[in-house]
Design a protein around this ligand. Sequence first.
Ligand SMILES: [Zn+2]
Length: 317
Amino acid sequence: MSAERDAMSGGRFPWPGGATAAVVLTFDVDAESGVLWEFPDTARRLGIMSHQAYGPRVGLPRLLRILARHGARATFFVPGFTAEAHPEAVRGIVDAGHEVAHHGYVHEIVTELSPEDEVAVLERGSEVLERVTGVRPRGWRAPMWELNYRTPALLAAHGFVYDSSLMDADVPYRLATGPESGAATLVEIPPHWSLDDGEQYAWLPGIWDTAVIEGPDKLLRMWEMDFEATLAEGGCLVLTMHPFLSGRPARAAAFERLLERIAGTPGVWVATATEVADHVDALAPKPVFHEPPPIAASDLARRISPASPTDVPKEDA
Ligand SMILES: [Zn+2]
């Protein structure tokens, strides 16, 4: 990919209008869905449900006001259940001129699903988003950024134009859904865990409590450095925020400071994911096809369950 990109652009990614770099602001509106799939018991826990509902009720409107103040448009990845539970909030995203894209029905981790269930969840999520917003989603982001090797072909077969889940590049690329030339393609718009607010802010007792809550000043400094490095390299900064986390006042204020800087920097293309996907698709770089690692199953069969570490023989330790 990088060789293709270099050949195409003389070493710099060809952003439209001569832009130096791109910034894609994304928000995963996980709300209640973000815990219900992994922790079904939370469905009867009002405190936890209220923590998640803060996103669509308070955080999302605050973040939409910030985006409007700076004339920035963003992409919101919305689970179908979030759209059903908070239809006015989700319609508000589209009414404000932003993009709504697919993020499962109830934030299912697709590597835990049968092939049939993966199809059913994809179709259900699209149907709900189209019913609530009037717009069929063109993009998908895997909950927890976990995909099956079959997932890209499934997305293409259902008319999706892009995915934003894979982490093997700094800039978007064309993703082939099969090894043969002429296989359907998607555009991949790569995110990263370090560019996700969840790793700094998410904290719920018994659910996400292995780390402390970090301050917005830390995240702001981290992401300022990422923005500076992206500018220097002409890359694509894909930020991922969650309204139930980044929608809280001090965190939203930190995001606004970053956005002021991004929007005030000449030559930065602030685009929705679907705009980036259309741009990359038109460039038609050589697609990349991902195959499972060529490791023999027998080479992995010796793995000992981490649930019983005391069974690890001393000589293998
Ligand atoms: Zn999510």
